[in-house]
Every structure is written in structure tokens, then in C-alpha cells.
Design a binder for this molecule. Structure first.
Ligand code: SF4
Length: 465
């Protein structure tokens, strides 16, 4: 499959005040499926304080059916879709994480990565806490339980203060749904409404499916508390250096989402336009690597005047497992996902737009596929700068040495891909495309300027979300 694509860590949803909260959460998770495809879960709590939970490995549409959703009773719910790396793909690590503590049921769902997780976990284990998973997110339920001398909202605020790193959380107990975003604002978190129901989601595409209206953003360092008394916003920490993840715009978020106060589609198209200005070429057709390259390719075509077409078609309907013939098929994984359209490519000088190159292995296979379809020339254009550094804030990047740009020149990468030319968007071009506001964003994977210091050794859970 797309083994060298960066994987988004998670998507989260929260519902407050609807008799079919689980069904709304299910639909919201379905819209957020692109943020994680390995496991999904929903926890609900009913008016008597009883909790219900279903989490399984697989896609949202595979896991939930009418019977399961009817089992998930209650008018408030949280849900989660998750991606994880090999080794931690276990049901124990699926979310939401639900426990029963002295004050009843408590569940959390997390998008991001905590950089002081090991330190806190060690201290908690020393004082008797027993962990059930290896995900950093479990720390929050232990901290909330430890803070049980305070009322619930204060307990949550005190617990969040101890965390460092990237986090957007939804937290549920018998009385409250709480949404929280870290003081740097790494990951998006939006609040929407339909009639009397509140919805919290990683991206607004979840609202559209539910016919809900976006009402505001959970600001960095804030919690939003939903309860029978209405909606209340409180600060749990001072805002820190703004560090919205620029990769959400480049690749992760859906183009029809509105996050970080911008429409993803607009930024992604602007990335393509900038790329067209910086790295035009003589060609007959511009094609995207679908789906993430589509909008940037349209932008590139607008700037250069080169005709846009769909020279690669993606199969969206892939389940979890594939039976490969015993006689292994060459490049099986990529072929399963993408196929070339010979009529568009044959005899043509082709510009291929992709959002990023990680290890380079998939790009090389795609270039080969295009060549085999008869392209005369292949010009690879990347709508983001070269990735030199791993992410410590919730994205699953390979190690620094596995990132092809880290130890190869652009010319060496071009040769490896076996294409006629290769160009990336410049860092300046990226900054222009996002409105010139570099200081608002994290771009550490490109420029190495990490907004939050971290200890490389301490975070063994770093890639286990
Ligand atoms: S390092 Fe890159 S992927 Fe990670 S938060 Fe920063 S911009 Fe996003």
C-alpha cells in the first residue's frame, strides 16, 4: 500500500445533547475516516450515568451496524479514529479510553502526541497506577482520577496543565463533555451546532455530513465545557507560541474542511499556484497523485496554463486485508490503490503533482507506472518543501535517516525516481501560500524549528498513537 505516506494520527468527535448521540458520532467519524483507518471507537453515557463502549480494529463502516449503535445509549458521546504504526496496532491501544473511577465513568479521545508522557507515566506508575495501554493519552484519565478532590472541570484543567505536547482532547463523564486544545494549538478542534445539539470535531467536514453549522474554534489553552447549564469556555493555560501544523493544510485535512480559520481547499490550491510560479515546465498535461495532489494540481494548472487531467485513478474501496497471489505481483500495493489512464498519458510530457515525498519508494513506483503507460517525459512537482525532520507532535513520520530528502540532494532524488525533472515548493512559497504568517505555524518537519523542546530519548510512546 502507500507505505511511505505520512500517516495522520487521529480524528476525534464529541456530541452533547442528542438522543441518538452515538449515531451522530458514527457519522462524524465516518467523515473523519481519512485521519485514521486502523481502529475506531465510540463511548456514550446515558442519563443514569451508565456508560457504553464499542471499539474495534477496522474502518468505521466495517465496525458499526444498527445493532451496535442502538446498544450505545445516551445523549452524549465521544468517538475516535486512529492510525498506528506496526507493533502497536492492538485493540488495547484503540480509543476512546474509558475507565470507571471513584466519580463514575470517564472517557477520553486524543489527537496529537504528548512529549512528556513517559515522565508522567513513570511517576504515576511509581505511585501505584496501572496502565492498560501503551498510548500516551491514557495518562490523562489517571491524572483526572488523581485530581478527584476537585470538581470535575477543575480536575480536568489541573490535569491538562501537566501535559506538554500536541493535544486536542474530547473528555466525557456523566455530566460533562469537555473539549480541550493544547496551548500551542498544534491540532485543529472545531465546535458546531445543530438545533440544541453541540458537536466537537477535528475537522468541519464532520459537521457538513450532520447538517451542523460551525460556530467557533476551540482556542489554544482553552477548554469548552458542555453541560446542562449550557456552554462555557475557560482557559486552563496561557497561550504559547502559535504552532498550527502546516501539514494539515498540505496533506492531512480534507479540502472541504475549515480549520485554523482557513478553508483547506484555498490553501492547497495556493500551494499549487505557488509551485506553478516557482517551477513551471514545458508539458502537455498536469496530473495529480490522487487524492491529496488533486487541488494543488488544479492550482498548478491555473498558473502554468497546462491542461489538467486525471492520469491516475485511485481505488477508494479497499478494505483491510488483501489476498495476493502466491506468485507475488510486482508493485502490488501501489497498483491496488492507483491505476494509470493510458489514453491521457501516452506520448505526453506529463507533470505529476504530489503533496510530499517521504521515503520516495511510492513516488518511484508511481513514476514507473506512468512511464509504462507511455508518457514521453515525467516532471515531478511537489507542493511542499523537502521533509528533513521527523514530527514529534502526532504525525507518524519515519526516522530522520529514512526521509529521502535528509540524505540525498534533489538531483539524487530525481535520479532515484527516474524522472526527467523534479522540483519542490520552496519554504518561502509555502509561507506565501499560507498567508505569510510563518510565526503562526509549526513547520518543523521542513525547517527544523521545533516550537516545543523535547527529549528524544524519553518518548518511547511517540509513535504509538
Ligand atoms: S513537525 Fe510537521 S507534521 Fe509535525 S506538527 Fe510540525 S508541521 Fe505538523
Amino acid at each position: 500500500m502507500y507505505k511511505d505516506k505520512i500517516k495522520e494520527a487521529c480524528g476525534i468527535i464529541g456530541i452533547y445533547g442528542h438522543d441518538e448521540a452515538a449515531k451522530l458520532a458514527y457519522l462524524g467519524l465516518y467523515a473523519l475516516q481519512h485521519r485514521g483507518q486502523e481502529s475506531a471507537g465510540i463511548v456514550t453515557i446515558d442519563s443514569s450515568g451508565k456508560s457504553y463502549e464499542i471499539k474495534e480494529m477496522g474502518l468505521v463502516s466495517e465496525i458499526f451496524d444498527e445493532k451496535k449503535l442502538n446498544y450505545l445509549k445516551g445523549n452524549k458521546a465521544i468517538g475516535h479514529v486512529r492510525y498506528s504504526t506496526t507493533g502497536s496496532t492492538t485493540i488495547e491501544n484503540a480509543q476512546p479510553i474509558k475507565v470507571n473511577y471513584i466519580n463514575g465513568p470517564l472517557a477520553v479521545a486524543h489527537n496529537g502526541n504528548l512529549i512528556n508522557s513517559q515522565e508522567i507515566r513513570f511517576a504515576l506508575e511509581k505511585s501505584g497506577s496501572i496502565f492498560e495501554s501503551t498510548v500516551d493519552s491514557e495518562i490523562l484519565v489517571h491524572l483526572i482520577a488523581k485530581n478527584n478532590m476537585y470538581d470535575f472541570v477543575e480536575a480536568v484543567k489541573n490535569s491538562l496543565k501537566e501535559l506538554k505536547g500536541a493535544f486536542s482532547f474530547v473528555i466525557l463523564n456523566k455530566d460533562f463533555l469537555i473539549a480541550a486544545r493544547d496551548p500551542n494549538g498544534f491540532r485543529p478542534l472545531e465546535v458546531g451546532q445543530i438545533d440544541g445539539t453541540y458537536i466537537v470535531a477535528s475537522e468541519t467536514c464532520a459537521f457538513d455530513l450532520l447538517n451542523a453549522k460551525r460556530i467557533f474554534t476551540v482556542e489554544p489553552g482553552e477548554i469548552v465545557v458542555f453541560s446542562k447549564d449550557g456552554v462555557k469556555t475557560e482557559k486552563f493555560a496561557e497561550r504559547q507560541r502559535s504552532a498550527m501544523c502546516v501539514f494539515e493544510f498540505i496533506y492531512f485535512a480534507r479540502p472541504d474542511s475549515f480549520i485554523f480559520n482557513r478553508t483547506v481547499n484555498d490553501i492547497r490550491r495556493e500551494l499549487g499556484r505557488q509551485l506553478g510560479k516557482e517551477a513551471p515546465c514545458e508539458a502537455d498535461v498536469v496530473i495529480p497523485v490522487p487524492d491529496s495532489g488533486v487541488i494543488a494540481a488544479i492550482g498548478y494548472s491555473e498558473t502554468t496554463g497546462i491542461k489538467y487531467d486525471m492520469g491516475l485513478i485511485r481505488n477508494h474501496y479497499i478494505g483491510r486485508t488483501f489476498i495476493e497471489p502466491e506468485q507475488a505481483i510486482r508493485d502490488f500495493g501501489v497498483k491496488l490503490k492507483l491505476n494509470s489512464v493510458r489514453e491521457i498519458l501516452e506520448g505526453k510530457r506529463v507533470v505529476v503533482i504530489d503533496d510530499s515525498i517521504v521515503r520516495g519508494t511510492t513516488s518511484r513506483k508511481i513514476a514507473k507506472m506512468i512511464k509504462q503507460a507511455g508518457a514521453k517525459e515525467i516532471h515531478y512537482r511537489i507542493s511542499s518543501p523537502p521533509i528533513f525532520n521527523p514530527c514529534f507532535y502526532g504525525m507518524d513520520f519515519p526516522t530522520r535517516t529514512e526521509l529521502i530528502a535528509n540524505n540525498h540532494t534533489i538531483e539524487e532524488i530525481r535520479k532515484y525516481l527516474r524522472v526527467d525533472s523534479l522540483a519542490y515548493l520552496s519554504l518561502d512559497g509555502l509561507i506565501k501560500a499560507i498567508g505569510g504568517k510563518k510565526d503562526k505555524f509549526c513547520m518543523a518537519c521542513f525547517d527544523g524549528d521545533y516550537p516545543l523542546p523535547f527529549d528524544n530519548k524519553q518518548n518511547k510512546f511517540m509513535f504509538e498513537k
